[in-house]
Write a protein that binds this ligand. Structure first.
Ligand SMILES: CC(C)(COP(=O)(O)OP(=O)(O)OC[C@H]1O[C@@H](n2cnc3c(N)ncnc32)[C@H](O)[C@@H]1OP(=O)(O)O)[C@@H](O)C(=O)NCCC(=O)NCCS
Length: 180
C-alpha cells in the first residue's frame, strides 16, 4: 500500500493526515493570489485551520471508502502542493479525476510532473484503475504540459465546464488509459 514517495531531492508526497490542517491553511494563505486565476472563488473561512481540518476529515472518510486519494507534497515540514485523485468509480468505468497545484516557490522544477507520474503508477498498479481524467483552462499551458509529459492525451473541449475565478469557463479535457 502507498506510504510516501520522494519526488525530488527536497519534495515528497503522501496522503494528508488530520495533523496537516495548519500547514494546509498556511499554504493556501501563502499561495492565495497565485492560485486565484486557477481555482473556484473561496470563502474567507477556507484559509483557516478549522475549515481545512473539516475538509481533510471529509476527504479521509472518502479515502477510507476507497473513493479518493488526497495527496499532499512536503518540503520538510512545509506543505508545498496538493494532488487530489477523487471520484473513483468502479464497475465498468474504473475511473478517477485528478486535480492539483504546486506552491509558487516550488513550481517550474518538475515536481508536478513527478507527482502526476507517481499517481499514474499508483492508480494503475495499486488501485487497478482503467483511466484517469483531468481538465485544464484553455490558457493553462503549464498544466497541459504536465499532463502531456505524463502520458495524458486531450479528448475534447467542454464549454463552460467549471466555475473558476468566478466565471463558468471552457476546459480542455484529458485522459490517460492505464491498461490496453
Ligand atoms: C500547473 C502547475 C501544477 C505546474 O507545476 P510545476 O511543478 O511547475 O510543473 P513541472 O515543472 O512539472 O512542468 C511544467 C511544464 O510546463 C511548462 N510550462 C510552464 N508554463 C507554461 C506555459 N505558460 N505554457 C506552456 N508550457 C508551460 C514548463 O516549461 C514545464 O515543461 P518542460 O519540463 O517541458 O519545460 C503549477 O504551475 C501550478 O500549481 N499552477 C497553479 C494551479 C494550477 O494551474 N493547477 C492546475 C489546474 S488544471
Amino acid at each position: 500500500m502507498f506510504e510516501s514517495r520522494q519526488l525530488s531531492e527536497s519534495v515528497s508526497m503522501r496522503v494528508l493526515r488530520p495533523s496537516d490542517a495548519a500547514a494546509l491553511a498556511t499554504a493556501y494563505v501563502r499561495n492565495r493570489a497565485y492560485l486565484s486565476p486557477w481555482e473556484p472563488v473561496r470563502p474567507e473561512e477556507y484559509y483557516t485551520e478549522a475549515w481545512q481540518a473539516a475538509d481533510i476529515s471529509n476527504r479521509l472518510v472518502a479515502h477510507e471508502a476507497k473513493e479518493g486519494y488526497p495527496f499532499a507534497l512536503f518540503a520538510g515540514d512545509m506543505l508545498v502542493g496538493r494532488f487530489n485523485l477523487a471520484g473513483i468509480v468502479r464497475g465498468p468505468f474504473q475511473s478517477a479525476g485528478l486535480g492539483y497545484w504546486v506552491d509558487s516557490k516550488y513550481a517550474g522544477r518538475g515536481v508536478a510532473t513527478a507527482a502526476v507520474q507517481a499517481i499514474v503508477e499508483i492508480a494503475r498498479d495499486e488501485l487497478g484503475l482503467h483511466r484517469i481524467e483531468a481538465s485544464t483552462l484553455l490558457h493553462n499551458g503549464g498544466s497541459q504540459r504536465v499532463l502531456l509529459k505524463s502520458g495524458f492525451r486531450q479528448i475534447g473541449m467542454a464549454p463552460r465546464y467549471l466555475q473558476i475565478a468566478g466565471k463558468w469557463q471552457d476546459h480542455n479535457l484529458y485522459q490517460i488509459v492505464l491498461h490496453d
